[in-house]
Design a protein around this ligand. Structure first.
Ligand code: NDP
Ligand code: A1CAB
Length: 268
């Protein structure tokens, strides 16, 4: 993960919604020069916070891509074709299109552009805003240097993995949708914590730090989750009693089925 990484390349984010703004905030918090970032959406009044921070805010995609090296497209899948057709003839020759749009292939992007540019698909998540995303990247025609430039950008937003594009739907579910699954888990922890006596704020503090701790145990120790679980489960103890009750109620199974259902619904 890069910290305080400074890059002079100009970035335009087309689609300043939930993910586009998360990316912008993550870049800003790592001191990316705001005057090198442009962000677009139709309702530009909703980007006033970013304008105040020095970003160029506009609803003009054509102007936004002129003289820009890296163009991150973050619109809904049904809008990407319009955007591509709109910006096509205005792209710089060495522009890189980075699409975070789910379920829209590199081949489809390429087919909608007459201009030959490098295309990279990226799948970050909204934790980019706090520089804790995991971003999966895939490309077919970007050069090593171009991929490095784009990797550096996403490294400022968290961790980055290069994957085969065939796995991009799986990355969408596990990494991007995954934020919602984990948050729902935390909400369940908080609800349980309140029922056993804590006020909501204290339950939230305990649940969030516990999730952070569990995550760090895996990331820093590189252990399998079950090896860490074994350290918590005293024979005949309360942890195993609770865990087994969760499993009798379908805890792991519900999660796996949910992940598969999300995967099956990507194209809908
Ligand atoms: N949200 C997430 O966690 C993740 C989302 N993605 C993908 O990222 C993309 C964006 O998702 P998300 O941020 O949630 O969606 P949002 O609806 O929050 O954001 C999309 C933005 O695109 C803007 N927009 C629409 N048309 C245009 C246009 N012609 N030019 C410029 N901007 C335009 C909209 O602005 P306005 O409202 O002003 O029209 C809106 O702010 C999707 O393809 C999604 O699959 C990928 C990973 C994670
Ligand atoms: O559910 C969605 O449409 C998007 C795709 C990835 C995360 N959210």
């Amino acid at each position: 993960m890069y910290t305080n990484f400074r890059m002079t390349k100009k970035i335009t984010i087309i689609g300043g919604g939930n993910l586009g703004q998360s990316i912008a905030h993550g870049l800003l918090s790592k001191n990316y020069n705001p005057s090198n970032i442009t962000i677009t959406r139709n309702k530009i009044e909703l980007l006033s916070n970013l304008k105040l921070k020095g970003l160029t805010v506009t609803n003009n995609n054509v102007e936004a891509v002129k003289n820009t090296h890296i163009i991150i497209i973050a619109v809904k899948p049904y809008k990407i074709e319009n955007v591509l057709q709109q910006i096509d003839s205005h792209l710089k020759k060495n522009a890189i299109i980075v699409s975070v749009v789910s379920d829209y292939s590199i081949e489809s992007i390429s087919k909608n552009l007459k201009t030959k540019v490098s295309i990279i698909r990226a799948m970050p998540n909204t934790a980019a805003s706090v520089n804790e995303s995991i971003t999966c990247l895939a490309t077919q025609n970007a050069s090593k240097e171009e991929l490095e430039d784009v990797t550096k950008i996403f490294d400022t937003l968290g961790d980055t993995l290069l994957i085969n594009e065939q796995l991009m739907d799986a990355a969408t579910v596990l990494g991007a949708c995954g934020i919602a699954y984990v948050l729902r888990f935390i909400r369940g922890m908080i609800q349980g914590g309140i029922e056993i006596g804590f006020d909501a704020q204290t339950a939230t503090n305990i649940a969030t730090q516990t999730v952070r701790g569990a995550t760090e145990l895996l990331i820093k120790n590189g252990n399998h989750p079950e090896a860490e679980i074994d350290k918590v489960t005293t024979p005949k103890g309360c942890t195993i009693a609770g865990l087994n009750q969760m499993e009798h109620s379908g805890f792991s199974s519900a999660l796996i089925k949910g992940i598969k259902t999300s995967f099956d619904n990507i194209s809908k």
